[in-house]
Design a protein. Structure first.
Length: 119
């Protein structure tokens, strides 16, 4: 649902003056949506945390698939140690390989669509 940003009050530190328009809110999440996102984030962290040290395969919303050892997870990211020489299953090779420089790939939790435990 589109919401007109002019319906939101100006930032408290920048009051609106006649002839001067304060900052416009470009996006503001619905409070129910914020609550749901926090719940989903906590659910993902809870599902991943017990499997730190195990091999997983993740697929992102954009369709990229990455495989490696889950080395950590926090409230925002999963950290995956990937093989810099490619994956043992060629079809799971990412489009780009940040592992060439750093073997730990940082993945944003909200961009993960599928997470599969491999070992």
């Amino acid at each position: 649902m589109y919401t007109n940003p002019s319906h939101y009050p100006s930032h408290p530190g920048h009051p609106s003056h006649p002839g001067h328009q304060g900052p416009h809110v470009l996006f503001q999440a619905d409070p129910n949506w914020q609550h749901m996102l926090r719940q989903k984030r906590d659910m993902i962290v809870g599902a991943l945390h017990p499997h730190i040290g195990r091999t997983i395969r993740v697929t992102t919303l954009e369709g990229h698939t990455h495989e490696g050892v889950l080395v950590n997870v926090d409230g925002h990211h999963a950290y995956l140690q990937v093989n810099p020489h490619g994956h043992p299953h060629g079809q799971h090779r990412p489009i780009y390989t940040p592992a060439q420089y750093n073997q730990i790939m940082t993945l944003v939790l909200f961009e993960l669509l599928v997470i599969v435990l491999l070992a």
